[in-house]
Design a protein around this ligand. Structure first.
Ligand code: AMP
Ligand code: MG
Length: 406
């Protein structure tokens, strides 16, 4: 069977993905998530006329003619801090000391700031005339009760969370983080920190992918490593399919005799094992598992292949589940500082380091030396994936290519 193109495989992945059902989350858990409903203000903002300054609440008419040489002296009949409810109004010829954020008492129409007075108690001397209405923050001037706080589809920032709290909401309805299980498969895998026996390697994929999932807005609900025993793999996947929203495995999907993921899942017919015209990342498994039809990715085991597969297919699916549009993050054009060869008929995801051209500010990209799919050190050094189209086999210095900045 002919290879799928990257676009065809991505389309097959996105075809099963819908934004997760909305849920009300505490504000602290909602930053970066997408609002799934319109939200209106539960209170007036500000909630009442209040002072914008530390000073005195007065009637502007009482200050007419005040100068430093001939101050107006007013008895101070109240002392108001933020949080106080004024007990009495301010009458003609009276003042109330007032702090920023305190309610303006009835009768007062103006705040004179403390710097324009002698700060006196129980009588204050005011040195300037003050325009009517000065330094009063009006009830509802920012947003009235019922006014719009959030539109459905908004990606929540810290500023939105601040507004939600101010407007009286303790929770917000969003598309929740997808719970993701990440499972490395392979009899050779040993947890990092444990000593290696001959032939063994440290499992790096599950750590790599869990970090990618969490940084992409998902939640790694399970991370583990398992050998190549079909019964164990089957049991783990069956359990995870009842617990999470997405399952990602690595290893065991190509042509080897111990390729357990493929062996276990192909027998059920829910998962397609295909070859995609890309480098790295050619063997790919994708389908849905169990009654909940949980999206399943069987990614190849080489760490660079697993990483590229995440960027090409898993991240777009997570974005779709989160309600983020577009599912594909935008790409950036970069100019090569070195030539690059690419295989015919396969889209290459070449790793590169990028910088800004000091003259014109445009992005420059230098491919890393190790383009083989086992080069984890060069993967870590890279900060871009160059997307070399399938039909392109040679790129020269100065050629431009689309890239994903990491
Ligand atoms: P596989 O796809 O299972 O044939 O694995 C391909 C290559 O990737 C082999 O060299 C594996 O040892 C390696 N590999 C598989 N899984 C992992 C992992 N979790 N961490 C690091 N390397 C891995
Ligand atoms: Mg393997």
């Amino acid at each position: 069977m002919a290879d799928r193109t990257v676009e065809q495989h991505l389309a097959a992945v996105l075809a099963v993905a819908r934004p997760l059902p909305p849920a009300a989350l505490p504000l602290g858990a909602a930053v970066g998530l997408v609002a799934a409903a319109n939200v209106v203000c539960l209170v007036d903002l500000p909630g009442f006329d209040n002072s914008a300054m530390d000073g005195y609440a007065v009637r502007a008419a009482d200050l007419l003619g005040a100068t430093p040489d001939a101050p107006v002296r007013l008895p101070v009949v109240a002392d108001l801090a933020a949080g106080d409810a004024p007990a009495r109004p301010v009458g003609p010829g009276e003042a109330a000391r007032i702090m920023t954020g305190a309610m303006v008492p009835d009768g007062a129409d103006t705040i004179v700031k403390v710097e324009d007075t002698d700060a006196g108690m129980p009588v204050v001397a005011v040195f300037v005339e003050t325009p009517l209405g000065s330094s009063i923050r009006r009830r509802g001037e920012d947003l009235p009760v019922g006014g719009p706080v959030l539109a459905s589809g908004t990606v929540l920032t810290a500023r939105h969370v601040g507004l939600l709290a101010a407007s009286g909401h303790a929770t917000v309805t969003v598309h929740p983080r997808p719970r993701v299980a990440v499972v490395s498969t392979g009899a050779e895998l040993i947890a990092p920190g444990k000593p290696l026996q001959p032939g063994q390697i440290h499992d790096s994929n599950s750590y790599l992918l869990a970090a990618l999932v969490d940084a992409a807005g998902g939640h790694t609900a399970y991370r583990g490593s398992i050998g190549d025993h079909p019964d164990e793999v089957r049991a783990l996947l069956d359990r995870l399919a009842t617990e999470v929203d997405v399952i990602v495995t690595t290893g065991g999907v190509s042509m080897g005799v111990h390729d357990v993921v493929k062996a276990v899942l192909r027998e059920r017919g829910e998962v397609d094992f295909v070859t995609v015209a890309m480098q790295p990342g050619k063997p790919q498994g994708f389908g849905v598992l169990g009654e909940r039809r949980v999206p399943f990715f069987g990614l190849p085991g080489n760490p660079v292949s697993a990483f590229v597969s995440f960027e090409a297919f898993v991240r777009p699916l997570l974005r779709r589940l989160l309600g983020l549009e577009p599912a594909l993050a935008p790409t950036t054009r970069v100019r090569l500082t070195a030539a690059l060869r690419s295989p015919a008929g396969r889209m290459q995801f070449a790793r590169a380091t990028v910088s800004r051209d000091p003259h014109d500010g445009r992005w420059l990209a230098t491919p890393v030396a190790g383009q083989g799919s086992h080069f984890v050190a060069d993967l870590a050094a890279a900060d871009a994936l160059l997307l070399v189209p399938a039909e392109v086999t040679h790129l020269q210095v100065g050629d431009e290519v689309e890239s994903i900045l990491l």
